[in-house]
Ligand binder design. Sequence first.
Ligand SMILES: C[S@@+](CC[C@H](N)C(=O)[O-])C[C@H]1O[C@@H](n2cnc3c(N)ncnc32)[C@H](O)[C@@H]1O
Length: 318
Amino acid sequence: MIGQIAQNPCYKQYGIIAQNSNRRTEPFSFLFLSDGKNNFEKIKNMIEINKNYNESNLETLKRIVDNTIDLTLTSPPYDNLRMYKGFTMDWHTLIKELYRATKQGGVVVWVVGDSTQKGSETGTSFKQALFAMECGFNLHDTMIYQKSTPPLTHNRYEQNFEYMFVWTKGNPNTFNGLREPREYTDNRTKKAFGRNKDNSVDLGYSSKDETRLKRNIWRYFAGGGANDKIASQHPAIFPEALAQDHILSWSNENDLIYDCFMGSGTVAKMSILNKRNWIGSEISSEYCNIIEERIKKAWEEKRKEKDLQAQTLFGNEM
Ligand SMILES: C[S@@+](CC[C@H](N)C(=O)[O-])C[C@H]1O[C@@H](n2cnc3c(N)ncnc32)[C@H](O)[C@@H]1O
């Protein structure tokens, strides 16, 4: 084990002294494991959390005991579209393993697209979703990540979305539904979308809420690394807002989040900023350097926030 938990073997203390593989001691960072409903006792001898592992996800998963992870938020390489340094993946074993390691009521968000080969989309995304169901997951929602992409010019309409499959192990434990501004059409009651018994349509007005539950097509600017010079060294990063929106929707503070294809570390960064625990796997050591940099910056940001809070408290006492 590379890092060392300071003092408290039950991980309930707010702080670790982390050592990286060069045995350098990193600055103090925070764990979000206070007390709460999570019991990390069962994994503490197997794997250190709040850490990225430079290895294949199947290796990491061997050290994650059954029913541990609250949320996996991840994006696999699409049909080896980008070869990512030549690494390949065995998604059948991976999805089976994710089912095993996911808590009852836990969630996997699998963001994926298909490549076009010999004139046909591969359909791998659907195969993966159907296989996840065979493994026992519910296909809770098929969401769309709509993105702005440069024109690719070919004989079909421009591709501008990816699937975000939401797989759940039973009923989801957590759903913190995000909201968005209402549209004028929302003024119709639920009933108005169907017919009354006499075949009339009720066009009455309902609630005066200014917001409504978000719909399941989410739009983000792709190339979320534009403002993050470190992240943009990776070819396929999540928009930070996409990662944050899923983290807030399907997990609570202190929960454990896993990204089995960590890439540039977006899920780690957004977990830290939103007070979640996390684990990552990334097979390329080059990308792991990007992850380490981003994590360090996220901890610094969090630490500044904490210092500011402490100052405010001190100010209140004066
Ligand atoms: C689509 S990218 C993920 C990008 C990530 N969501 C982000 O925001 O940066 C997929 C990543 O998976 C990594 N990868 C491929 N096979 C892997 C494996 N078997 N285990 C762990 N990582 C793997 C690739 O090196 C690549 O960085």
